[in-house]
Design a binder for this molecule. Structure first.
Ligand SMILES: C[S@@+](CC[C@H](N)C(=O)[O-])C[C@H]1O[C@@H](n2cnc3c(N)ncnc32)[C@H](O)[C@@H]1O
Length: 173
């Protein structure tokens, strides 16, 4: 199972860029994939497939599945569900109890109240309102202890050569 992200409340057009950033952040910070709840978005699926061909890895995006069904199925299969919310318990407190088969749920505007009951953990990345992208990045980085930033993305066509200045990119074919 690994770590997957469930993105709730996506509003077409308005949230397009932010939802793409949730997917890019999930991929770059070590998640296996992202599920976009309730709405099909083939453009997002195609865009993330293109990213994968170019930059490697096996990150997957699935869209259009009802959120409750995803959460219930995940739990039936033995995984735990973390809901990121500013109203939750502090991340530092919950972190030691988290397994590595996790569904990490992030919202857009308001999330359904039922989610607070269905989630195994309601977790706050600080108790101030900010953004699903920020919350997800900090959460995944703490979960993986920073190791995710050193991960290889196999099969990439392009790889960055870290440099003091300028942009160095290896074209691998
Ligand atoms: C624009 S915020 C919505 C804020 C909303 N008032 C709420 O219920 O958290 C969108 C999403 O960002 C995430 N988020 C924002 N601030 C957070 C925080 N301090 N801790 C954890 N997640 C947060 C949550 O997943 C939330 O659904």
């Amino acid at each position: 199972m690994g770590v997957w992200v469930l993105r709730l409340g996506h509003r077409p057009f308005r949230d397009q860029r932010l939802t793409t950033h949730v997917a890019l952040t999930a991929r770059a910070f070590g998640a296996e994939g992202m599920i976009l709840a309730d709405r099909r978005d083939e453009a997002l699926e195609r865009e993330m497939e293109r990213m994968g061909r170019e930059w490697g890895g096996s990150f997957r995006v699935v869209s259009g599945r009802p959120w409750r069904e995803v959460v219930e199925e995940w739990k039936r299969e033995g995984g735990k569900v973390v809901h990121l919310t500013m109203y939750g318990r502090p991340l530092e407190e919950v972190l030691p109890r988290l397994p590595r088969d996790l569904l990490v749920v992030v919202g857009a505007e308001k999330v359904p109240g039922e989610l607070f009951e269905l989630a195994d953990f309601n977790v706050a990345v600080g108790n101030q309102p900010h953004s699903e992208v920020a919350a997800l990045a900090v959460f995944l980085d703490r979960l993986f202890g920073g190791e995710e930033l050193r991960r290889e993305f196999p099969g990439a066509r392009r790889r960055i050569v870290p440099s003091e200045r300028g942009k160095r990119v290896l074209e691998l074919g």
